[in-house]
Design a protein around this ligand. Structure first.
Ligand code: NAD
Length: 333
């Protein structure tokens, strides 16, 4: 039997990525939806053959507990709503996938983890790249030290997010922050799997070239990290630039992903002149199947809740450095 997934929040990501991916998954399938927009109910029911009894809104959401067609609840709402709905999903006795960034505070991330542990359900965060082959190849290169130790790593994750200034991403109450909370977490991830180390300190700077528009959330952030082995890391994230790259200079060569964080296919090359190349499959299908296999067959959870919490701790250290005028902050994970 395929595990049944309920998508909570039918915005851009659910509509254009997750739902189509669930048509390609082997171990799970879309069985239910949770939406606050009644017009979407009919559209989705027809398109994905969802029976009326499997359609919920935000008010009656908790009654999903008695629905055996739902095994996993995937929360795809604005960041500040993740904790509430993930905790309610766990309390309903369902396994949980929480979109990235996990939540807007360390305490919220911890509450989600606690609720899932108490309810004895599995928890994952929507970091799709851990199921994606180019990213696995980078992890292999780093682990096997193909080019020796990483001396310097640069992670740039940015996109032009201008125009719709009313959207929740520019509202700190709903997003918890700007570029750093949106694209910056990919760069943090890249720095970590691209070195196989956790950072121990950060120095960060914030820049605003359009303060009249980016009133409430960060537009551009740069940050420099130190790692235990002496590796230096550089992060760039922005809502007002285009960048999508992971580059590492190692003792005996280098590797690069460019693009590194898109929905794929990614592009990669190394100093040996080889191109990293894999067949393309929807990353989200691979990601959701990996989580379903974890539930069904006890395979490793590639993205446990602790990883989402870890990244929010790093995000908070970056913001703290900025608040303190670029002071070096020790990262405690
Ligand atoms: P979106 O704005 O397109 O959709 C948000 C959904 O939440 C909409 O259906 C909206 O109706 C609903 N919603 C409920 N209450 C709301 C409120 N108070 N304000 C605004 N919307 C409200 O956003 P999205 O791009 O689908 O992002 C949703 C989540 O998915 C975010 O956490 C985002 O970071 C994450 N995301 C992850 C990836 C990825 O690659 N893993 C990609 C895109 C988005």
């Amino acid at each position: 039997k395929k595990l049944g997934i309920a998508l909570v929040g039918l915005g851009t990501y659910s509509t254009h990525e997750l739902a189509p991916s669930l048509l390609e998954t082997e171990y799970c399938e879309l069985t239910a939806i949770v939406t606050g927009t009644p017009e979407k109910e009919k559209l989705w029911a027809a398109k994905y053959d969802i029976p009326k009894e499997n359609i919920y809104n935000y008010e009656n959401f908790d009654t999903i507990a008695t629905n055996d067609a739902v095994d996993i609840i995937y929360v795809v709402l604005p960041n500040a709503m993740h904790a509430d709905f993930c905790i309610r999903a766990a309390n309903a006795g369902k396994h949980v996938i929480c979109e990235k960034p996990m939540a807007v505070s360390v305490e919220e991330c911890e509450s989600i983890i606690d609720a899932c542990a108490k309810a004895n359900v599995k928890l994952s965060v929507g970091y799709r790249l851990h199921s994606e082959p180019y990213t696995q190849e980078v992890k292999r290169i780093v682990k096997e030290k193909t080019f020796g130790k990483v001396n310097y790593i640069s992670a740039e994750a940015a996109y032009l997010s201008r125009g719709n200034w009313d959207q929740w991403r520019f509202n700190k109450k709903l997003s918890g922050g700007g570029a750093l909370m949106n694209m910056g977490v990919y760069a943090i991830q890249g720095l970590i799997y691209g070195t196989s180390e956790l950072p121990i300190s950060v120095t960060a700077q914030e820049f605003s070239t359009m303060p009249e528009n980016f009133k409430d959330t960060d537009e551009t952030i740069t940050a420099q990290f130190e790692f235990p082995s002496g590796t230096i890391g550089n992060l760039f994230t922005s809502h007002n630039a285009k960048a999508d790259r992971l580059y590492a200079s190692c003792e005996k060569g280098w590797y690069e992903l460019d693009t590194a964080y898109t929905y794929g296919p990614l592009h990669g090359r190394t100093s040996e002149g080889t191109e990293i190349k894999f067949p393309h499959k929807r990353q989200q299908a691979l990601q959701m199947d990996d989580f379903a296999k974890h539930i069904l067959h006890d395979t490793p959870n590639k993205v446990p809740g602790s990883m989402g919490l870890r990244d929010i701790k790093i995000v908070k250290s970056i913001y703290k450095s900025i608040e303190e005028g670029g002071k070096k902050i020790a990262i405690r994970l």
